[in-house]
Ligand binder design. Structure first.
Ligand SMILES: C[S@@+](CC[C@H](N)C(=O)[O-])C[C@H]1O[C@@H](n2cnc3c(N)ncnc32)[C@H](O)[C@@H]1O
Length: 515
């Protein structure tokens, strides 16, 4: 995972729509108990209205936000190998799908199972299941005859995990079924173990026909919500199919070498000594892309601050801002601090940096990152849309504005965005971005530069936002972005997740003219 978290506000009180069940009307017995058959089922990208609230779905507040611990079953040694991972993955997916929590928040809670060996598998199950969710939901819809009871949505999530293993992961069927059935018990619902067993075994028997039926549904083709597909088609008529494909793929793991401690070549040598192969990321000064991801904590010198995990495109922000020693710099939406740290690493000592963010909790990892990397900044919890406080004077020579956005450019790292984000969010986010731009601009010294950044692919948050700002702010002048001209937009520059070594970032560089 890159250091970058999904842009707020992915984490919301919202519930994904339930999965399609073409056989609701069959009238057959509901093995899950009494859920209202009228709670019509439609996948997130299905034909039925998207984002409809599931009738009878658990409301936030009905139950605690923290997932219940699944580790209340038999002692570790007696358990089916991997059952912990399945149960933990199911609970995490339940939190995202049914409680509207962002994956970043869910993963920061203690969802990962105790045995460290199960952690990588748990992450694979969570991220992979969310990537292909409509397909798995369609299969569940076909296999089940009725919607599940609200109180069994965790079990439905577990079935999705079971089907992910059988359709994508290639787990040997007997292992996948046995571990998933054991996980039913870990969820505290042993009476449903037989049902889950029967359902997964039916899938194995009728696999080809069931997959053909699921894949015929429009929601399954692109694994993307309709509204976002339409927006990408509109904004990227030539590239949208490739963007969707790249967004549904696993992301590479990219590193940023800490220039205050070592350099890229020397660090690549440390990696090689540990048997980890990596290549420089083109266009970056300190970026390395690993051939295979590894847990960050196992990277040589990670704890000592030699390196951070950060996408190659994200690394262009500090390069484009190009802050120099002796300058006063504001990072106005800074948490969790990936770009803050990079600005400091590039400039070395002598840079005065103020890092603010309105989310106090997100400042904790920012401070931890700076401490690990041996860097210093003034860190404040503050609202960039209404700046006030001792930190905002004197004026800044450089400002980084990495605004909250739709995060549509980082879906491959945060597949939950596909299911949590709504079409109506975009206008709200654009309004917030405009407020932040207008409020922060007066803090820039004449002759100073502001770099506006999003990890969005949508014109409304990017070139349209900058065009509107330039129109209402005569002192703002756009500077060329020296990346190349392949993705130059009418204003600013766009990286796409299809570009080698990069997530989908947008940059616009503005200079303040003398009054
Ligand atoms: C894209 S993230 C920043 C990522 C960060 N620059 C990095 O590279 O690690 C956007 C940040 O904006 C913050 N934010 C949202 N609204 C804000 C506001 N009104 N004032 C300050 N920060 C805000 C969010 O809490 C979030 O941490």
């Amino acid at each position: 995972m890159a250091e970058r978290g999904p842009k707020d506000p992915t984490d919301r009180d919202r519930r994904a729509t339930p999965s399609p069940n073409p056989r609701d009307a069959s009238g057959r017995e509901n093995p899950w108990g009494r859920a209202k058959a009228g709670a019509a089922r439609a996948g997130p990208t299905g034909n039925a209205p998207a984002r409809r609230e599931r009738r009878g779905a658990p409301r936030r507040g009905d139950q605690p936000d923290t997932p219940p611990s699944p580790w209340s079953g038999p002692a570790d040694a007696e358990r089916q190998p991997g059952a912990d991972a399945r149960a933990a993955a199911a609970l995490a997916i339940h939190q995202v799908r049914d409680r509207g929590q962002s994956l970043t928040r869910v993963m920061s809670q203690s969802v990962l199972p105790r045995p460290p060996a199960d952690r990588a598998l748990t992450q694979e199950l969570i991220y992979g299941t969310l990537r292909v969710l409509p397909r798995l939901e369609a299969l569940v819809g076909i296999l089940l005859h009725h919607p599940v009871k609200p109180s069994d949505r965790d079990l439905e999530a577990l079935i999705l995990v079971g089907l992910y293993q059988l359709t994508v992961l290639g787990t040997p069927p007997h292992a996948a079924v046995a571990a998933t059935v054991e996980a039913v018990r870990l969820l505290g619902k042993p009476d449903k173990a037989g049902l889950v067993n029967a359902l997964l075994r039916r899938f194995l028997r009728e696999r080809e026909a069931l997959l053909a039926e699921a894949d015929a549904l429009p929601s399954v083709r692109w694994l993307f919500p309709e509204w976002l597909l339409a927006a990408l088609r509109r904004d990227w008529p030539e590239d949208w199919e490739a963007i969707v494909g790249a967004s549904n793929a696993r992301p590479p793991m990219s590193l940023r070498v800490n220039a205050t401690r070592t350099d890229r070549r020397a660090y690549a040598g440390l990696l090689a000594a540990d048997g980890i192969t990596a290549r420089p990321i083109a266009g970056t000064e300190s970026g390395l892309m690993l051939d295979r991801p590894v847990p960050a904590q196992t990277l040589p010198g990670f704890a000592e601050g030699l390196v951070s995990v950060q996408d190659g495109g994200a690394q262009l922000a500090a390069q484009l801002l190009d802050a120099q020693p002796g300058e006063r710099v504001l990072d106005a939406c800074a948490a969790p601090g990936g770009k803050t740290a990079h600005i400091l690493e590039r400039a070395g000592p002598g840079l005065e940096l103020v890092a603010i963010d309105s989310a106090a909790a997100r400042l904790v990892p920012l401070r931890e990152n700076l401490a690990r990397l041996g860097l210093n900044a003034r860190v404040e919890c503050a609202d960039a849309a209404a700046p006030r406080g001792a930190w905002d004077r004197p004026l800044f020579d450089r400002i980084l504005l990495d605004v909250p956005c739709s995060a549509t450019g980082v879906i491959r790292r945060h597949p939950d965005i596909k299911w949590l984000r709504r079409a109506t969010d975009i206008a709200e986010l654009c309004a917030l971005q405009a407020r932040i731009l207008d409020a922060i601009w007066p803090l820039l010294v004449p002759g100073g530069r502001l770099l506006y950044v999003t990890c969005s692919l949508l014109a409304a948050e990017n070139q349209d936002q900058i065009a509107a700002f330039l129109a209402r702010q005569p002192q703002a002048s756009e500077r060329a972005i020296p990346i190349g001209d392949g993705r130059a937009r009418p204003h600013g520059y766009q990286l796409l997740p299809t570009d080698a070594g990069s997530d989908g970032f947008y940059f616009a560089l503005l200079e303040k003219l003398a009054p």
